[in-house]
Design a protein around this ligand. Structure first.
Ligand code: EPU
Length: 492
């Protein structure tokens, strides 16, 4: 397993290009299950999740290969397999995107339930409700969804849930409706750009989907779908992460290949925080722009709520929290899509942030300086937030479990290093932790069992019993063997 060693404090400077969108590419790859011919995709990022899905599609009879021009070619060579096995599905929730296409094209799908997740509850009841409305018979047995339909029939489907619509659920229902008999209408469809991109691919394959990008979709079913060629949209979450990387390090970064129309809420919030961003359209009428983050000395606090599109994406909530941890005042960050997506709070606190969780919000009291520490990534976007905070912190940090990051960002550390960051990927081992982060017990405390590093008292073993005694100043742990710098980097 790898970890990052980050030496913080450098302002980033330079140009970086945004990759194709992970969350658009994954359902789009799954849609190739329905095509009678090859599907060629441009700008599919090279990510662990993309490889995992290609592997799953391989077990479902789809051959995928990178072409010389880096496009990804997917073609069904065996249309009989219908089982998406737990061993692959459990590695990535987006595997659920094979459910609609398998059912629509092969009449039956047996797909493992994706299981638990670090960002909170992630049920698939809305996916199943939508497919049932189109006439699928659905059972859950031994952890698998078993969906069968001799012929799907167009119907009226409502996809709103307690936390808004569902992104991958809308894709699944769209897939099924594309090959159903008659007309389907989906109300409260997810409006995320990734869903619209999915619909555009289906249309390029011969489907008839109208209303893309709105909560009301109309789909006229067709008999079959052909192969197609498609450009995946740029990753709006990666774009936001890179903009915040420039802002949090007080740097000057030019971010290329951005669809600004997909980033309205992010740009509006960055503006509230006081970040100045220049925007230049790549060419007249192009939907791509180049964004220029200018150095900002003072970050203003703000309130932000993650909401379904066009609101602020939940997938940038953690990165915004990292940014606001350096603002001059108190900010409130709320997540209305995944109300428990706050695993990064405790790790940001280790880096010196002052954040308190209050229900589905976090109260962030901005600090002047973050400081290096050892932290642990809990999920993909939490990892990104920790990288951002560590780059802005004084001193060295270690970020463990960065395999989460590799699922969704292509060579992130290489691209940040090209902008002047100092991030090393090393094997996760005690020897690779920088000396500045290794705490050593001073000689005087040998034989004492300390309860926590920062407690005002220590626990001593006396006659076989633990007793609490006042903590002498000398018993405080030191860092990197230097007694003079005692307490730096230790969580408060
Ligand atoms: N929900 C239900 N029932 C369902 C489906 C969802 O109640 O049947 C709830 C969820 O629990 C959540 C909300 O609805 O509270 C939104 O979930 P959604 O189904 O839209 O999420 P998803 O499709 O599983 C995609 C992205 C996530 C992103 C969310 C929200 C992909 C592959 N994943 O997940 O991306 O956070 O939409 O925008 O597209 C990430 O990239 O880090 C990531 C987690």
């Amino acid at each position: 397993m790898d970890m990052f060693v980050v030496r913080g404090g450098q302002p980033l400077n330079g140009r970086v290009r945004v990759s194709g969108s992970k969350n658009a590419a994954l359902p789009i790859m799954a849609a190739s299950l329905m095509a009678d011919g090859p599907v060629i995709l441009h700008d599919v990022p090279r990510l662990v999740d993309v490889r995992t899905l290609a592997q799953l599609l391989g077990t479902l009879g789809v051959v995928s290969e990178r072409q010389a021009d880096d496009s990804l070619r997917l073609e069904v060579i065996d249309a009989t397999p219908i089982v998406a096995d737990y061993e692959l599905v459990r590695q990535m929730r987006a595997s659920i995107c094979v459910l609609g296409p398998l059912l629509a094209r092969r009449g039956k799908a047996i797909v493992s339930l994706p299981g638990g997740c670090n960002i909170g509850d992630r049920p698939i009841d809305l996916h199943l409700k939508g497919l049932s409305a189109l006439g699928a018979d659905i059972r859950i047995e031994r952890g698998y969804v078993i969906a069968t339909a001799k012929r799907l029939r167009g119907s009226r489907v409502f996809l709103g849930g307690s936390f808004g619509s569902t992104v991958t659920g809308t894709c699944n229902v769209l897939a099924a409706a594309a090959l159903a008999d008659g007309v389907t209408t989906i109300e409260s469809a997810a409006c995320e750009p990734e869903v619209a991109d999915y619909g555009r691919l289906l249309n390029a394959m011969g489907a008839r989907v109208e209303g893309l990008g709105t909560p009301f979709l109309r789909i006229e079913g067709v008999q079959s779908l052909s192969g197609a060629e498609h450009d995946v949209i740029p990753d709006r979450i990666e774009a936001a992460t890179l903009l915040i990387a420039g802002a949090i390090t007080r740097g000057e970064v030019v971010v290329e290949n951005v669809c600004t129309a997909h980033l309205s809420a992010v740009l509006d919030k960055l503006n509230d925080v006081g970040i100045r961003i220049g925007i230049s359209e790549d060419s007249a009428g192009s939907d791509r722009s180049t964004l220029h983050v200018l150095p900002t000395a003072d970050l203003k606090p703000t309130e932000c709520s993650a909401l379904p599109y066009p609101g602020l994406p939940t997938d940038v909530q953690a990165q915004f929290m990292a940014l606001l941890s350096r603002a001059d005042g108190i900010s409130v960050v709320t997540d209305k899509v995944f109300p428990d997506r706050f695993m990064h709070v405790a790790e940001l606190v280790r880096l010196g942030a002052t954040i308190h969780r209050e229900g589905q919000s976090a109260i962030v009291n901005g600090v002047d300086r973050l400081h290096g520490a050892c932290v642990m990534a809990s999920d993909l976007r939490a990892s990104a937030a920790l990288v951002l905070a560590a780059m802005a912190a004084d001193g060295e940090s270690v970020i463990r479990r960065i395999y989460h990051l590799d699922r969704g960002y292509e060579r992130l550390e290489e691209r940040l290093n090209a902008l002047g960051a100092d991030i090393q990927r090393v094997e996760d081992s005690a020897e690779n932790v920088p000396a500045s982060l290794r705490l050593t017990q001073p000689a005087e405390s040998a034989g004492l069992l300390t309860s926590t590093f920062n407690s005002a008292a220590i626990i001593k073993l006396e006659n076989g019993r633990h007793v609490r005694v006042d903590r002498p100043e000398s018993a405080l742990p030191t860092i990197g063997g230097s007694g003079s710098s005692a307490n730096h980097g230790v969580t408060r």
